[in-house]
Design a protein around this ligand. Structure first.
Ligand code: SF4
Length: 82
């Protein structure tokens, strides 16, 4: 499972941190979330492979994001959230 995070879209309400605290940190100065260990894959877009056992939390983080800045893909590359 893979998560992509569009930092440009993020509005920094940090619901994702509440749902998946190992996956997202707060950058309160920037008012943006930080995808932990995320690789830059585009212009302010980051991606990370979800560790085993964190899949449910990652999906909850993506579902709770009010601006759909978090996208989850399964191992076949199919988008599963949102
Ligand atoms: S829930 Fe969405 S908008 Fe809020 S901090 Fe996380 S990524 Fe940003």
């Amino acid at each position: 499972m893979r998560v992509e995070f569009d930092r440009d879209t993020c509005i920094g309400m940090f619901q994702c941190v509440a749902e998946w605290g190992d996956g997202f940190d707060e950058d309160t100065d920037a008012g943006k979330a930080v995808l932990v260990d995320g690789d830059a894959i585009g212009d302010d877009v980051f991606a990370v492979d979800v560790p085993d056992g964190d899949e449910l939390d990652a999906k909850f983080a993506a579902r709770t994001c009010p601006v759909d800045a978090i996208t989850v893909y399964d191992d076949d590359g199919e988008q599963v959230v949102p």
